[in-house]
Design a protein around this ligand. Structure first.
Ligand SMILES: *Cc1c(COP(=O)(O)O)cnc(C)c1O
Length: 405
């Protein structure tokens, strides 16, 4: 007998759970795009977006997903034949590098495998070796959503300073913005990309670009910039439609307005702290289960884990069985594994991910954890006892102490 009827819960790393408040804001007739409320509302988004990325600098909104932002960011800083350095520890870092290659950009890859964070010393070494300063930018994901590893971006910037290299620092925060602490200006980041459907709790379709004056200068030095991806008119438009290079993404903007209100009403640091506490509850459950069975988290060091997505393995075909059980019997959908094995390899069925970004709270996390525990029992997958209880203890302790990030 299935017990899945009720509100479904998509616990994958994006698109994330959409708050009713976001959906309600979107449920409206088409607004006038030539004058009126929409213009004022749009103008109000930019300062609130800056606050989320912790920057005083430029922000542009695009109609696209994360892949679009990979291309948009590169289109503004490099021409074919230019060189970038990409530090990779998962599918998404590799994806950004592949986009650059397909744009005719020369790409140096610093491969870090699937189980460790990016080593700033290796980046410094590569930059020091580049005595001609050909590398225009260093690219890194903040969180690689496939491996769920979180990279130390402040340390990357320090390494670039040690190497005394003028390259831009560009960071993909698609899976981490409004989930994990991120300080664009304090950490010296020149370009940050994000998308609407993860920590920002808005449907897929909006891309966000934050860029420093230094990055703007690099853009101004290019002979030609793709007309759609060009960030210059978007941040300094002669008329409203130039913000979006055409018709505004009207309803997404209303949704984003509500999401930003929710984030700033809660307080960004509180949002980060909530993600951390809920992630720790999940990890405690996984640790307990792993004591008596095959479940293990991809990143052993909790300090290098994302607070928004957790990659795990449980041996083939148990991950696929567990995902199927959770969705069909309990109404909660877990994420597939990414980049750990090819989809045609039977081993692929041993990997999965928990998405825990955005609009989630203690009862959702505890429901997710207890459902997974029920699935482990129902499927006779060996696991240690006490996972749900361990998570409950973390949640109880977190509510008794001040927020920490
Ligand atoms: C989701 C994600 C992307 C890709 O975003 P799409 O909207 O699927 O194109 C890129 N980078 C990271 C880190 C992501 O989490």
């Amino acid at each position: 007998m299935s017990l899945a009827q009720g509100r479904p819960y998509l616990a994958i790393p994006g698109p994330s759970v959409m708050p009713d408040r976001v959906l309600r804001e979107m449920h409206r007739a088409s607004p006038n795009i030539y004058e009126g409320d929409l213009m004022e509302m749009t103008a109000s988004l930019f300062p609130d977006l800056r606050r989320v990325a912790r920057t005083q600098h430029n922000v542009a909104i695009y109609i696209c997903n994360g892949h679009g932002m990979w291309e948009a960011s590169l289109a503004n800083i490099a021409a074919p034949g230019d060189r970038v350095l990409v530090a990779v520890n998962g599918n998404f870092g590799q994806g950004w590098a592949d986009t650059a290659t397909r744009m005719g950009i020369e790409v140096d890859i610093l491969e870090h495998g699937l189980h460790d964070s990016i080593d700033p010393a290796r980046v410094a070494e590569a930059l020091t070796a580049d005595t001609a300063h050909q590398i225009k930018a260093v690219l890194s994901v903040h969180v690689d959503t496939s491996t769920s590893i979180r990279n130390d971006i402040a340390a990357l910037r320090r390494a670039m300073e040690e190497a005394d290299h003028p390259a831009l620092l560009m960071v993909d925060c698609i899976a981490s913005l409004a989930c994990d602490r991120f300080e664009m200006d304090d950490w010296g980041v020149d370009v940050v990309i994000a998308a609407s459907q993860k920590g920002l709790m808005t449907p897929p379709g909006l891309g966000l670009m934050f860029f420093s004056p230094k990055a703007a200068k690099v853009r101004d030095g290019l002979v030609r910039v793709s007309p759609y991806w060009d960030w210059a008119p978007r941040v300094d438009p002669q008329n409203y439609s130039q913000h979006f290079c055409g018709t505004a993404p009207t309803h997404h903007l209303f949704g984003l307005r509500a999401a930003l209100d929710m984030i700033h009403e809660e307080g960004l640091e509180h949002v980060w702290s909530r993600h951390k506490a809920l992630a720790r509850a999940l990890w405690a459950a996984c640790d307990a289960w792993g004591q008596g069975g095959p479940l293990a988290l991809n990143m052993p060091d909790p300090h290098k884990r994302s607070h928004a997505v957790t990659a795990a393995r449980i041996g083939a075909p148990n991950a696929s069985r567990l995902r199927q059980w959770c969705e069909g019997q309990a109404g909660v959908t877990l994420g597939i594994g990414l980049g750990m094995a090819p989809p045609t390899d039977p081993a692929w069925h041993g990997f999965f991910r928990f998405g825990h970004m955005g609009h989630i709270n203690a009862h959702m996390m505890l429901g997710l954890i207890a459902s997974v525990e029920a699935g482990l029992k129902a499927l006779d997958i060996p696991h240690g006892p006490g996972g749900t209880a361990a998570a409950a203890q973390i949640i109880a302790d977190a509510t008794a102490s001040p927020p920490v990030v």
